[in-house]
Ligand binder design. Structure first.
Ligand SMILES: *Cc1c(COP(=O)(O)O)cnc(C)c1O
Length: 367
C-alpha cells in the first residue's frame, strides 16, 4: 500500500489526558480536567431533557439535513437556513473547507501558533501552509495579507485565538477583509464567541451578505457544554455552502446532537450565566497571576495561557500529581507556558493552592 506522502510522519492528535486514566495511574480520588476548554458547568438542563426524550428513536437514522437545529440556528443568527452547514464538531467543518478548497497546487495562510487543525487538514490535502507569527500573541493581519499570493485559497483567523485567548478587533478585521482578494476564503473561527465581552469584537454574521468569501465557524462544544456530542457549524454565503455540501457525509451528526443543540440554543440564560461565572473566575486567576508575577495573555475565552518560566511539560507533570490536568505549552508553541481552562470557583481554589506549591517547588526554571 502506498499512503499519501504528506501523511508519512504526521502525528495523531494528542488529546488532553482522560480523567479516569489519571485517577488510576496516580491513585488519586479526585481529578480536575482543565485541559480542553470544556464548560465546567456542564450543559443546559433543557439539552439533557431533549436527549432523554430522544432515546426512543436510537434505531432511526438522523435527519441528514439537520432541519430542526438548522431552523433554530438560522433564527438565532438571523440568517437563511441555506447559509448553514453542520459538522461533527466544527473540526469537521474545517475538514470540509480544506477538502473542498485545497490541493497540492495551492496554499493556505494561518497564524502561528493557532488552532492545530487548520494546518493538519491542509497538510493532508497536500497544500502548502504559510504561517505568519503572532505579534504579542495576536494575529498579524498585515503580515497575513502580505503572505497571500496567487496560489492562496484560504486564510484562517481564529478569533479569539486558541491557544493565546487574544482577539482581533472590529476595525482591524474589517480592514483585513476589505483587502483580501475576493477569491480567497476568509475563515473566522469563533469557537469561544459566547465568552467574549470586548465591545470591539467583530460582529461577523452581518458581514456575510457583503463578503461572499467569508465563512464563520461556531461550535456547541465550548460554552454550550456539548463537546461529547460533536456538533458545530459553518455560516456563509448560500451558494458557497451549497457547493461545499457534497463533501459532507450524509449522516455526520447524531440525532442526539441535533435535539440537544436545538434545546441548548433556546436556553441563552444558561449561556449567559456560564459566561458571567467564567468572567468572575477568570478575574480571580488573572489576579493570582498578577500577585505572583506570572505573565499571561489577556484572554477573551475560558482559558488562560500563563508563562511559568519553566518547562510546560514540568508544569503539566507537577499539576497532574496534584490531580489537575492542564495543557502543556510545549506542544502549543509556548514551551514555558501552560494553557489552563477556567474552572468553577471550587476548582479554581484547588488550582491556586496547587500553583502555589508549584511556584515554591524546586522544579528548574528556564530563562
Ligand atoms: C475547540 C475548538 C474547535 C473545535 O471544536 P469542535 O468540538 O470540533 O466543535 C474549533 N476551533 C477552535 C479554536 C477550538 O478551540
Amino acid at each position: 500500500m502506498q499512503i499519501k506522502g504528506q501523511l508519512l510522519g504526521l502525528p495523531s492528535y494528542q488529546p488532553g489526558k482522560p480523567i479516569e486514566e489519571v485517577k488510576k495511574e496516580l491513585g488519586l480520588e479526585r481529578v480536575i480536567k482543565l485541559a480542553s476548554n470544556e464548560n465546567p458547568y456542564g450543559a443546559s438542563q433543557k439539552a439533557k431533557k431533549a436527549i432523554q426524550d430522544a432515546l426512543e428513536s436510537l434505531a432511526v437514522y438522523p435527519d441528514g439535513y439537520a432541519a430542526v437545529v438548522r431552523e433554530k440556528v438560522a433564527r438565532f443568527l438571523n440568517v437563511r437556513k441555506e447559509q448553514l452547514i453542520f459538522g461533527n464538531g466544527s473540526d469537521e467543518v474545517i475538514q470540509f473547507l480544506c477538502r473542498a478548497l485545497l490541493t497540492s497546487e495551492s496554499n493556505t495562510v494561518t497564524a502561528a501558533p493557532t488552532f492545530s487543525q487548520y494546518k493538519l487538514n491542509a497538510t493532508i490535502e497536500g497544500a502548502e501552509i504559510k504561517e505568519v507569527p503572532l505579534i504579542d500573541g495576536v494575529h498579524d493581519l498585515e503580515g497575513m495579507l502580505s503572505a497571500i499570493d496567487e496560489k492562496t485559497k484560504m486564510v484562517w483567523v481564529c478569533n479569539p485565538n486558541n491557544p493565546t485567548g487574544t482577539y482581533v478587533g472590529e476595525d482591524r478585521f474589517l480592514q483585513f477583509l476589505k483587502q483580501v482578494p475576493k477569491d480567497v476564503l476568509v475563515v473566522s473561527d469563533e469557537a469561544y464567541v459566547e465568552y467574549v465581552d470586548a465591545v470591539d469584537y467583530p460582529d461577523t454574521i452581518p458581514l456575510l451578505e457583503q463578503y461572499p468569501n467569508l465563512v464563520v465557524l461556531r461550535t456547541f462544544s465550548k460554552a454550550y457544554g456539548l463537546a461529547s456530542l460533536r456538533i458545530g457549524y459553518g455560516v456563509a454565503n448560500e451558494q458557497f455552502i451549497r457547493s461545499l455540501d457534497p463533501v459532507r457525509p450524509p449522516f455526520n451528526n447524531t440525532n442526539l446532537a441535533h435535539v440537544a443543540a436545538s434545546a441548548a440554543i433556546d436556553d441563552q440564560a444558561f449561556i449567559m450565566s456560564c459566561a458571567e461565572k467564567n468572567r468572575l473566575e477568570m478575574a480571580k486567576f488573572v489576579a493570582f497571576c498578577e500577585r505572583n508575577g506570572l505573565s499571561y495573555f489577556p484572554s477573551q475565552t475560558n482559558f488562560l495561557l500563563v508563562d511559568f518560566k519553566r518547562k510546560g511539560n514540568d508544569v503539566f507533570d507537577f499539576l497532574l500529581r496534584q490531580g489537575i490536568i492542564v495543557r502543556s505549552g510545549e506542544a502549543l508553541g509556548y514551551p514555558s507556558y501552560a494553557r489552563i481552562t477556567i474552572g468553577t470557583a471550587e476548582e479554581n481554589e484547588h488550582l491556586f493552592s496547587a500553583l502555589e506549591k508549584l511556584l515554591q517547588s524546586s522544579v528548574a526554571t528556564v530563562n
